[in-house]
Ligand binder design. Sequence first.
Ligand code: BES
Ligand code: ZN
Length: 993
Amino acid sequence: MAKGFYISKVVGIVCVVAAVGAVATIIALSVVYSQEQAKNNDSNLQGTNQPPTTAPTTAEPPGPTTAEPPGPTTAEPPGPTTAEPPGPTTAPSNELWDKYRLPTNLVPIHYNVTLWPRLTTDATGKYIFTGESLVEFLCVEETDVILIHSNKLNYSTLENGHSARLTAVSGGTVPGINSMWLTPETQYLVVQLDGKLTKGDLYILETVFLGELADDLGGFYRSEYIENGVKKVIATTQMQPTDARKAFPCFDEPAMKATFDITLIHDLQTIALSNGKEIETTNVTMDGENVLVTKFERTERMSTYLLAFIVSEFGFIQDNSSDVLVRIYARKPAIDAGQGAYALNKTGPILKFFEQYYNVSYPLPKSDQIALPDFNAGAMENWGLITYRETNLLYDEEYSSNSNKQRIATIIAHELAHMWFGNLVTIRWWNDLWLNEGFASYVEYLGAHEAEPTWNVKDLIVLSDVYRVFAVDALASSHPLTSKEEDIQTPAQINELFDAITYSKGASVLRMLSDFLTEDVFKKGLQTYLKTFAFENTVYTDLWTHLQMAVDTTGTALPKSVNDIMNTWVLQMGFPVVTINTATGNVSQKHFLLDPESEVTTPSPYNYEWIVPMQWMKTGVVQNLTWLETKSASIPAMTVTGNEWVLANIDVVGYYRVNYDQANWDKLLNVLNTDHELIPVINRAQLVDDAFNLARAKIIQTVEALKTTTYLSKERAYMPWASAINNLDYFYLMFDRSEVYGPMQDYLRKQVTPLFNYYKTLTGNWADVPTGHMDQYNQVNAISLACRTGLQECQELTSSWFRDWMNTGVNKIHPNLRSTVYCNAIAAGGTAEWEFAWDQFQTASIATEADKLRAALACTKEAWRLNRYLEYTLNPDLIRKQDATSTIIYIANNVVGQSLAWDFVRARWEYIFNQYGGGSFSFSNLINGVTERFSTEFELQQLKQFKADNADIGFGSGSLALDQSIERTTGNIKWVTENKNNVLNWFTAESTP
Ligand code: BES
Ligand code: ZN
């Protein structure tokens, strides 16, 4: 392995070719840096960057001042300057720079960006980066103002007395700069010119700037870790959706595609990575400092949100056996321990699979993937340089569970899928995000299946996406997949789109579409779509158009056009419950609402009716695809006689629930209890999930749903068990603080004991784990449910395994079982167990192990310990920022921690909001997580009070989640009142032998 490749390569070729541009850049940067150093010596950044006293306040919309870091508030440094921002104008609220969307009069063509991140602090204790950017753009409509996105950047004054230099590519004259200023709310650098730019002419805007390399996980930021007792700092990026503008001034919208020449300046012991392959690394001296300058190959035409720049001391492994160079980067000890090998082995095959699936070759010469110690999302599809959380890329046989392994395979597949769908062909605006993320979330299963064909991983989309999103899409406060372009403007609105609807409903309806078109037709349409729009932008209907073309050329029979069918799924929120009456053959549909009394205020263009494809079987025999196109229809084929039964939505390919007449339900229950394998495994999971949810919606009785669990004592398959546990989790949430708890525990213990014993035998008294992937999952479920329901043998087992680790210092617990064993042992244990786990957490050499411990530390039953742990979550030295919200949620999931976590979040809302509000997923998760158990009037009042009290601070990307929590709580209160007695009686009757 060519470790230290960069360093050794550059030493020999120092200054061989010092291109004029590069030298100019370096000098410019070095000057800026010295200037900034000097400034920083005098006073803090803020002090030197106050707006000129003449700055009119009208140009600055009243934005939240808390959003601004210490640093630049205006482009113009104090001192004599010709720059005069415009005085108060007639309609300040309607100026171009008051709008969040860029005008279309200027179009970027190419950027030349040089960045120099400093991995040690400056005199003021800050980490900074400096940069220089040239952007060449075309004027398509004449204008005298240039708007370019810029956020939290501080600009230097150039020799012309301004913060930018404007030239014409033709070399001709250009209008002079009249004034420049920043608009912190809309995040622009505004350049007011003396005259107009000419339509059809190309210009270059040049700037020199400085930014903070903060630990805020967005834009150009820093990540830190300890290696051999030494702190190491990484400079890295997360641009999506709107933070490229925090790294350099740019036209930061997905449709503003351009090519990029990137240069990174970095310390001698470091390596630099970006989207393009590195062309050369040269050794130069700047400010008496020896540094490296790495230049990268020009990128393809691409969106700014897909850029990435990384400087680190990482190691790597590579595979150059095919046309595409594949490299995996991580902390050196992780690479040395072989933790990148799994990802390296799987990337090539998955790339090949997608090349075939899309029928387009991978468009770049290399595919780098890098594991970062601090990373907000799970992974990010930067073109050619994908970034990951460590847990999502690094695999170690000794520490990683099969679930960790699956996560790695699917997340790699997801991000690689984006290299074409998203990166090569990109949505025009964020309102179509669902198409991008939904598509990748569907085909990630296809890619993972290719990597691990024995796992049956494709089945799991039903649990992980379809059922996951049904829970929110069945609320009156849900929303349609599509949004109008004009409704998505601010960064907060864009961030809020990264939700379960976008990901999981998007994936579910695309899977349904691919299924009813057939995969071949779906691929055909996809392939012409990608060819037609390569390097361009689209709206979602462009995909429908190409799928329709494939339908037409193949002569596929559909009841309506792709557009007409799909509109019913993407333009209206929610989904139907289809009711089949097997006595009459009458089939009808109705908008499924978890709380049937909730008021739906969102109007639907289709009146909450869907065009429903139905795959179904009669008494085990698969029938022809049948469509339900109206509110109700007569489908004589669905009538039965004698012992015949109907089962619809085979493999839950359709995005809907199914209800039957009582007689058919009884027959299905009978099949479950007598010969359950007559029903396909996914549909066994479906019967349980549909029944429980129909009961919550008061369509069937709750005891009818509970009856679907009686056969489980004979069930050995993972998916039905997972479905049952998932639904029973709701019972735990509602009842684990009430008298229902005891009988419920007794019943479930009775049901799970045979499964527990089955795995005990299968694994030779727990000496091993089963071979099948799904069996491995189900073994974990068996152990965790057995322990949870108080099966003594289970509790003794888990505690003794953990104690053995504490006593011997050798952890013999199988990685698959660690999460549940740790949790149970810590719950049953005291100080010694908790402190031991905390030590192990802090010294873990792989993030996967640390994550298991971090979750388990929340399992303690001691309130004071949970309170202390909550405090730890806001100390980044103890819990990384990326992990804060998930840790709070773990604590809230613990019945003892629930109210503590809620109190904590309420008391610290302002702080949490400001520190962690920038992220996208975590915020709505946090609100949902800490309120999941809410089921009393008192809790509902608290929730409403919380909303009112913090109205002025806001909830950012968690706003929708807050409304959903209120609706969920209201539903829970009613449900508990109406069901408690029945449920108590049923569990009591079923648990007494
Ligand atoms: N584009 C996203 C990453 C992202 C998410 C960026 C939110 C900005 C805001 C990426 O493709 C993605 O979807 N990542 C997922 C993993 C995936 C397997 C669902 C993630 O980060 O969890
Ligand atoms: Zn994605």
